[in-house]
Design a protein around this ligand. Structure first.
Ligand code: CO
Length: 368
């Protein structure tokens, strides 16, 4: 039995326990996780229906028939052409299978237009959120998933090294992004796992700066926060380099963030709560006098998606378990001056954690 079939078995058991009729997934990481088929969402109706009882089936645009057959283990594929009304096709299939009365769990990222159309044709059905149905499964990664995340992490670590070598005064943020994304693809990644962030000088004080045309100058920080998508799995890392020599304050702040990040990594082990990691990191930064400059949570889970559970916040009671994967990424942002963030992904092991990212944590100086 394939890993996908095993996962569907677990899901149908949970659907049954929760008295749900079935699950409706849209092209999404969830669809990939359960079927092996990966595609981008679009306006055409494209579903995998997983009934609590019976076998799963696709309802998909005709043009995807061969693609689904090649990638997924699911045998029943109902195709509709561009001249058909897909909702009529869907209604007929669901009626035939007795799946029109009851509650369906719906993919979180399904487009509203599709959900609204389904609500229209299925007046006796209820549609509910996935809740913990998928996250329960996706939270703990298998050895195979961890191997892919490690490979994805290795790609981005190498790119930190490349930028350390090639960045020069006068280069724009966009030029640096172009190099990073080309280097990812050379290493087999299908692309970035989210829009690459390069922030220079005062832009680094904006945690999610939109990369632009600003050109880096001597004595400024170059903050790069980026990830690759490799065999369906994400990486995510942040390093803050300096072009030439930093000021004393820049050096100090970088050191505080580095130490805070290290404290976060050291505390991780199975059995502690996610909030304990956040609190330890936050407390350290506060003790150094920069508490008000740390404006976001300490981390987020990562896998098929770049942000998924568990979230490492000050209030999360989630208990860490071996196989969970998440970021530890404290930052200090001084508006109008500069910002520093250091981020590694870690995998929780039986007695601690393993870092996915291993590029240097010490301040890397770019020679000019
Ligand atoms: Co991150």
């Amino acid at each position: 039995m394939s890993i996908y079939q095993q996962r569907i078995e677990q899901i149908t058991r949970m659907l049954d326990e929760q008295s749900l009729l079935g699950m409706l997934l849209f092209p999404s990481p969830n669809m990939y996780y359960l079927t092996g088929f990966q595609s981008h969402p679009g306006e055409r109706l494209f579903l995998v229906v997983i009934p609590a009882e019976g076998t799963p089936f696709f309802i998909a645009p005709q043009m995807f028939g061969a693609h689904i057959k090649g990638e997924s283990w699911i045998e029943e594929i109902i195709l509709w052409g561009d001249d058909d009304d897909p909702y009529e096709v869907l209604l007929n299939v669901l009626t035939e299978k007795g799946l029109t009365k009851g509650a369906f769990a719906v993919d979180d990222t399904m487009w509203a237009v599709q959900l609204l159309n389904m609500m229209n044709i299925l007046p006796e059905a209820k549609f509910v959120q996935l809740g913990d149905l998928m996250s329960t499964l996706r939270l703990r990664k298998s050895a195979d998933e961890i191997a892919k995340i490690l490979d994805s992490g290795k790609i981005v670590d190498e790119i930190v090294g490349v930028i350390h070598q090639v960045a020069k005064p006068g280069m724009s943020e966009m030029e640096i992004v172009a190099i990073m994304e080309q280097e990812m693809k050379k290493r087999g990644a299908s692309g970035p796992s989210f829009p690459t962030i390069v922030a220079t000088g005062p832009n680094a004080a904006l945690p999610h700066h939109s990369t632009g045309e600003r050109r880096i100058q001597e004595g400024e920080f170059l903050l790069m926060d980026f990830g690759a998508l490799y065999k369906g799995y994400c990486s995510d890392t942040t390093r803050t380099l300096c072009l030439g020599q930093p000021s004393e304050k820049m050096r100090q702040v970088h050191n505080i963030v580095r130490e805070a990040q290290e404290i976060g990594v050291q505390i991780v082990r199975p059995g502690i709560k996610a909030c304990e990691v956040d609190q330890a990191v936050r407390q350290y930064i506060a003790n150094k006098g920069y508490g008000e400059y740390y404006t976001h949570r300490t981390g987020h889970g990562l896998g098929l998606e770049v942000h998924e559970e568990p979230f490492i916040t000050g209030v999360s009671e989630s208990i860490l378990e071996a196989g969970m994967v998440f970021s530890i990424e404290p930052g200090i942002y001084i508006e109008g001056e500069f910002g520093v963030r250091i981020e590694d992904i870690v995998v929780v092991t039986d007695n601690g954690c393993q870092r996915v990212n291993n590029s240097p944590h010490e301040l890397m100086i770019i020679d000019i």
